[in-house]
Design a protein around this ligand. Sequence first.
Ligand code: GLP
Length: 261
Amino acid sequence: MRVVIQNDYQKMSVWAARHIAEAINARNGKRFVLGLPTGSSPLGTYKELIRMCKNKEVSFANVVTFNMDEYVGLPRDHEQSYWHFMWSNFFDHIDIKKENVHILNGMAPDLEEECANYEKQMREVGGIDLFLGGIGVDGHMAFNEPFSSLASRTRVKTLTYDTKVVNSRFFDYDIANVPSTALTVGVQTVTDAREVMILINGHNKARALQAAIEGGVSQSWTCSAIQLHPNAIVVCDEPACGEIKVDTYRYFCDIEQNERL
Ligand code: GLP
């Protein structure tokens, strides 16, 4: 696993955006399939990718996207739906084709069919080339809460009290307004991608970073599953490194020294 440490959130976001753009450009216009997260962590990366796209440094014309998750019961036009988040923070500002965007529908009449169909659509395009992810303070990837199976696939998931508390900041700080269930890709759906890149920033994610890279592979920190992936990168900022060993920190600073922006 690679761990790329940057001084701050801005540099971390620029590094991640450049890495994604390089992977897309390496295809020379052939289809590239990108898995995407919501949350505050990827916002800087999306901002930089928008800038690069406007500047003609990258094009999304042949990029197909699959989002990680969506709340159950929120219509697309709800301000806190992940559909709304993705269009307003990213898709509306790049040259992606509408038909190439895939986001789980939390209002689907048959949620299990929606999830099965999502996995089928990923298979039909040949799988995900690069899955970008964030991480919750408890180490969850997408909505794969602690103790989700590391072999899980897209399904309906009940959100933990902790996640509802953290996400209540988007729902007037009222936990009663946070949906109790979500549709989410599974841990295995993420790790099936040919490359996985996880963004981890801020002091409040320090324990999660420690568990993700130094702890054992465990369903209690679902992000730790990336340790078994042959091509995983964690991109983080200095504040997120507070709980890793000094030796671990030095090791990655040393082998990734040319990557510091
Ligand atoms: C939610 C999302 C995750 C995201 C996490 C962290 O739970 N389902 O995909 O990684 O929040 O969000 P943030 O980046 O805002 O800390």
